[in-house]
Design a protein around this ligand. Structure first.
Ligand code: CO
Length: 513
């Protein structure tokens, strides 16, 4: 009996999850008026989100959500109200395919027609879908996709202003990663915050650029490194002195792509059992050479945070047993969650003096999209927040927001199960004075930050796809008490497909109020 019940529930869960990947071709702009609870009156600023908006072109399905055209949303908060807006990034590919009414490009992750993020290496065409992240920095709103230049958007209207080559720093087609990190207190810059990002050009000898920008968006530091061998790198972690990259055991066989059999991203070959290389790159030339360490096999998309303790570096990440691709014969909509390895939170400690490394898992819960208080980036910290599975073990869709106390192992879960699905949460500190709030434009730089006892004094903002209504919600949780339930649920008039990343700025970009 219980087995039948479980099967039915699993089928319903799979149906709901799949519907959350229906395209949202419409753009919207309205004040959100269907609200349960109350928006905190001191929540002031704008949450930007990015993710695939189209999972098909005129009814032709794309092969993988990572190939979907970027649909950017903004939630502008002021005086206890919230204005919502969404627009597609008007990329060259989006406009061309809309005009043609059919798929014109091969996607990196298997959609057929020319394209692909490793395409620079192969000198083939490439579709920049601008769908992975969106950040406000130096007065610019940028939609990011890791294998090509950012698209600049108007932060108030979300109108696309065009490709942005960062004052000539990027050449046409150059990569610029989607995972920027803000150092809240940079000791080379008098304690000002700075934006750190990287660009990977994969190849037999992968080249990596490390960029740092000041608050006005001006380039502060630019370093170039060569990594031995092929590297597939999506994210990094930073500390006050280092940028840390995991070179997981993944190889690349370009032939099926060159021959048109597979998307570039489908030519990644997992090498289970082989060690992970940890690349520790100095953020300033005065710190000497890059160093390489090794640790356990596995695969990491995202790091939660890193920090320095004496001779040791500590890096918290979401680890998988190995890289899992989607082969050309498989429809991602039919993936069976139970058959795949879960992502799990683990801490890697690197002794820079002895070279010894150690990896230790915190918990079994399946999770992704780790975030933290913006003032703790690169510093010893206590709380990490993630999107997570409803249950404590096994691979499953992300249906909950999970708070984990790294000091005590205590945890809090707020779940949207059985029919909800949670995106990446964003932590917004509660403003205590004019200088606070904002993940990307913070003047939160504060050497005393580590001593603050109130690291979880703020809100978690997360998008939830509600399978029962086929609509999405923005949920506001008190980061100190997830289990008390949301402070507010803001119901959108439409659904948004399961999304990727976003950021918060303390600037308000809604209509005049
Ligand atoms: Co990511």
């Amino acid at each position: 009996m219980s087995l039948i019940l479980e099967t039915t529930d699993t089928a319903q869960l799979q149906r709901d999850w799949r519907r959350g990947y229906e395209s949202q071709p419409e753009e919207h702009s309205y004040w959100i008026d269907e609200i349960e609870g109350q928006i905190p009156p001191d929540l002031h600023g704008t949450l930007f989100r990015n993710g695939p908006g189209l999972l098909d072109v005129n009814g032709q399905p794309i092969h993988h959500p990572f190939d979907g055209d970027g649909l950017v949303s903004s939630f502008a908060f002021a005086n206890g109200r919230c204005h919502y807006r969404s627009r597609f990034v008007q990329t060259e590919g989006y406009r061309a395919e809309r005009a043609a009414g059919k798929i014109l490009y091969r996607g990196v992750f298997g959609t057929q027609r020319p394209g692909g993020w490793l395409a620079n290496m192969l000198d083939l065409g490439l579709k920049n879908v601008a769908n992975t992240n969106v950040i406000y920095w130096g007065g610019k709103l940028l939609a990011l996709w890791e294998a090509a230049e950012p698209y600049r958007l108007d932060p108030a209207t979300l109108e696309t202003l065009g490709l942005d080559r960062l004052e000539g720093l990027l050449q046409p087609g150059d990569a610029f990663a989607a995972h920027v990190h803000v150092d809240p207190f940079c000791h080379w810059d008098g304690g000002a915050s700075c934006l750190v990002n990287f660009a990977v050009k994969p190849g037999l000898n992968t080249r990596l650029n490390l960029f740092e920008f000041d608050q006005a968006g001006r380039l502060l530091r630019h370093q170039k490194f060569e990594l031995g061998g092929f590297a597939f790198i999506h994210d990094m972690a930073i500390t006050p002195n280092y940028a840390i990259f995991f070179q997981n055991p993944v190889g690349y066989n370009p032939l099926p792509y060159a021959l048109g059999w597979r998307g570039a991203g489908q030519c990644l070959v997992s090498q289970p059992g082989k060690a992970t290389r940890i690349l520790v790159l100095p953020r300033h030339p005065s710190l000497g050479e890059a160093r390489v360490f090794t640790t356990e096999s596995g695969f990491v998309w995202h790091h939660a945070n890193a920090f320095e303790v004496g001779d040791e570096l500590v890096v918290d990440s979401i680890w998988y047993d190995s890289y899992i691709g989607i082969d050309p014969e498989t429809d991602f909509r039919k993936i069976e969650f139970g058959g795949l390895p879960p992502g799990q939170l683990a801490r890697t400690t690197i002794n820079m003096r002895t070279g010894a490394t150690e990896r230790r898992f915190f918990d079994t819960r399946c999770c992704e999209f780790p975030v933290l208080h913006p003032a703790k980036v690169g510093r010893d910290y206590r709380y990490v927040y993630m999107a997570a599975a409803d249950g404590p073990r096994g691979n499953a869709p992300l249906q909950a927001v999970w708070k984990f106390d790294l000091a005590t192992g205590q945890q809090q879960v707020w779940s949207t199960a059985p029919r909800g699905f949670a995106d990446e949460p964003i932590f917004v500190p509660r403003p205590r004075s004019a200088e606070v709030a904002g993940a990307v434009t913070p003047d939160v730089g504060d050497p005393q930050a580590n001593a603050r006892p109130d690291e979880d004094d703020g809100w978690l903002l997360t998008l939830v796809y509600d399978g029962a209504r086929h609509r999405s919600q923005l949920v506001i949780l008190d980061a100190r008490g997830l289990e008390r339930g949301p402070l507010a649920v803001l119901h959108l008039k439409q659904h948004l497909p399961h999304g990727l990343h976003g950021s918060f700025t303390s600037r308000y970009f809604g209509p005049d109020v």
